[in-house]
Design a protein around this ligand. Structure first.
Ligand code: NAD
Length: 497
């Protein structure tokens, strides 16, 4: 069986301990994954540390040229890469292509690094004194990524980190690592020196060794909230810079004046696309008024029944399988809990069997009505194709409900009322907000991040925040005076003028 190797200092290495990687559409194990221990992590840190001085000193325009070539290679190999994504994650190839393209946009943004890190300059801030700030790389930087975007989320991180002059160690998800590794390997072909990008596979053991390694200066994490929170605390206690993006429970608020057909169509994609395994998926529809709820449900229920579900590698489907059988069981468990708590299960995705793929980890779309805030299906992140309808009486009630939830990643409002939209955008305590846009994922030249327990840290992922996260500011004041202009002893703090 194919072994998925580490990539350390340009070498392909294996480990004794392995995990199985499966194709979720067939349930079959397809590859063996090498799992790093602390010795493997030490090797990766040493390789990244050794590569840092030369890479840091490379002119930013030369570093950008590697990113230009990387972008071209990603486009050339796109068909193969989306196949790999779909084979291990399960998402449809069309959705995988979308994720790859959003990832490539981050590479494009990183191509502008000479402009992005050129610093700030002030002439003559004092007698014969000029001052400037520049932005220097940190050193060895680590990225730890989740299963649900094996291409895009790593591409949020290392293109900018590397373009800024850092060296990088990536620890991909152990559930679908093949495409992540294949993409990182393209950087070699793009001309990146050995050791600048390293990939170590594994689970908790590898992550903890990376977070504790003294030579690691910063950590970007994306995954579930309990791990994001503990990793943030541990990394900070170790004196590192950490950004940790966590889970979500994204609410879409539907006002009575909304275009219900439009809301229903876009909510179908937002709730059930990628089988709901997106941190920006809409999992709660908050309907203002019973009539709004009834109309939305009436529009959505037939569409849920018609969802085209099968192996993601087939073309023209709406949804593939879930990533693992354990994850499917977990989602089925939540549906059971919702029924027991008294919510109305209008569409039940359990028990779905796809002909020819009976061993695959499939589940259909589910829809709950009359969900209330104390239910676990409302409070917790299900991360599957389950949409909960909550009924409220006013926009203010919808805003208060959304703000009271522990998560605050994304949200959206469906309305035709500009004043309501403006109030919502202003008052909602969520990091990314859409108005008639159900998945308000910021483009690559903005930054991505939630609020509350969806995010731990201060600078968000990618975009302008990433430039600041992966560099540190140095402020330089320099005096060059003519030889006859002697400096005097100054005992008081200069008062200017
Ligand atoms: P996960 O938290 O299980 O795993 C994320 C990473 O952490 C993986 O690389 C994994 O190997 C590692 N890990 C797992 N257990 C660990 C442990 N005990 N100690 C240290 N490291 C550990 O997440 P997942 O299931 O791969 O991804 C789904 C989650 O990620 C969801 O909660 C989703 O909302 C979240 N997510 C968030 C965003 C965002 O931008 N906020 C984006 C994508 C996914």
């Amino acid at each position: 069986m194919e072994q998925i190797t580490h990539l350390i200092g340009g070498e392909r290495l294996t480990s004794h301990r392995t995990l199985e990687v499966a194709n979720p559409a067939t349930g079959q194990t397809t590859r063996q994954l090498s799992c790093a221990d602390s010795t493997t992590v030490e090797q990766a840190v040493a390789a990244a540390k050794a590569a840092f001085p030369a890479w840091r000193d490379k002119p930013p325009a030369k570093r950008a040229q590697v990113m230009f070539r990387f972008k071209q290679l990603l486009e050339t190999h796109a068909e193969h890469l989306v196949q790999l994504i779909s084979e291990e994650h399960g998402k449809t190839v069309e959705d995988a292509m979308g994720e790859l393209k959003r990832g490539i946009e981050n590479v494009e943004y990183a191509c502008g690094v000479p402009e992005l890190i050129k610093g700030e300059y002030s002439h003559n801030v004092g007698p014969n004194i000029d001052a400037w700030s520049n932005f220097q790389p940190l050193g060895v930087v680590v990225g730890i990524t989740p299963f649900n975007f094996p291409a895009m989320v790593p591409l949020w991180m290392y293109p900018m980190a590397i373009a800024c002059g850092n060296t990088f160690i990536l620890k991909p998800s152990e559930k679908d690592p093949t495409s992540t590794l294949a993409i990182a390997e393209l950087l070699e072909e793009a001309g990146l020196p050995k050791g600048v990008i390293n990939v170590v596979h594994g689970d908790r053991e590898a992550v903890e060794a990376l977070v504790d390694a003294p030579d690691v200066k910063a950590i970007s994490f994306v995954g579930s909230t309990p791990i994001a929170e503990s990793l943030y605390a541990r990394g900070c206690a170790n004196g590192k810079r950490v950004q940790a993006l966590g889970g979500a429970k994204n609410h879409a608020v539907v006002l009575p004046d909304a275009d219900i057909d439009n809301a229903a169509n876009t909510l179908m994609g937002a709730a059930y696309g990628s089988a709901g395994e997106r941190c920006m998926a809409i999992s709660v529809a908050v309907c203002v008024g019973d009539e709004t709820a009834d109309r939305l449900i009436e529009a959505m229920q037939p569409k849920i029944a018609e969802l085209k579900i099968g192996p993601g590698t087939d073309k023209g489907l709406d949804m593939g399988p879930l990533v693992t059988s354990e994850h499917r069981e977990k989602i089925a468990g939540y549906i059971e809990e919702g029924v027991r708590a008294g919510a109305d299960l209008l569409s039940d995705g359990r028990g779905l069997s796809v002909p020819g793929h009976e061993e695959g980890f499939f589940i259909g779309g589910s829809l709950f009505d009359r969900v209330t805030p104390e239910m676990s299906i409302y409070q917790e992140e299900i991360f599957g194709p389950v949409l909960c309808v909550v009924r409220v009486n006013s926009l203010d009630e919808a805003i208060a409900l959304t703000n009271a939830h522990e998560y605050g990643n994304g949200t959206c409002l469906f309305t035709r009322d500009g004043e309501a939209a403006r109030r919502f955008a202003d008052q909602i305590e969520v990091g990314m907000v859409g108005i008639n846009v159900p998945l308000p994922v910021p483009v690559a030249y903005h930054s991505f991040g939630g609020w509350k327990r969806s995010f731990f840290g201060d600078l968000h992922a990618y975009g302008p925040d990433a430039v600041r996260f992966y560099t540190r500011r140095k402020a330089i004041s320099q005096r060059w005076a003519a030889p006859f202009e002697k400096a005097h002893a100054e005992f008081n703090f200069p008062s200017g003028g």
